[in-house]
Design a protein. Structure first.
Length: 97
């Protein structure tokens, strides 16, 4: 069985268990995931989500930009001020305690 076939046939319960294990950093029996196990599991989960058409907003690593999309809080937006650097001082508010 190839990796592609394995992911294709992966049971949704196993997928959810892998995803939870990645989130918690441990297997269902309490053993800690090694960095290698975490990486392999994450790759499998991402591939499963892509292959099985999991909606984008439900995928691992999804960031909901919501109403901030296209604003200064959106990292994809590049702004420059008159000094030529990427910092806009009008975007910051001074907080005094």
């Amino acid at each position: 069985m190839t990796y592609d076939e394995l992911i294709e046939r992966l049971d949704p319960t196993v997928y959810r268990s892998l995803r939870l294990s990645i989130e918690l950093g441990k297997w269902p029996d309490g053993r800690k995931l090694t960095p290698e196990q975490r990486e392999i599991s994450l790759q499998a989960v991402i591939y499963y989500e892509s292959l099985h058409g999991v909606p984008e907003e439900e995928r691992t690593g999804y960031i909901d930009r919501g109403h901030k999309a296209g604003t200064a809080c959106d990292p994809s937006v590049q702004r420059q001020n008159s000094a030529g650097n990427d910092v806009d001082p009008d975007q910051f508010v001074e907080v005094k305690s």
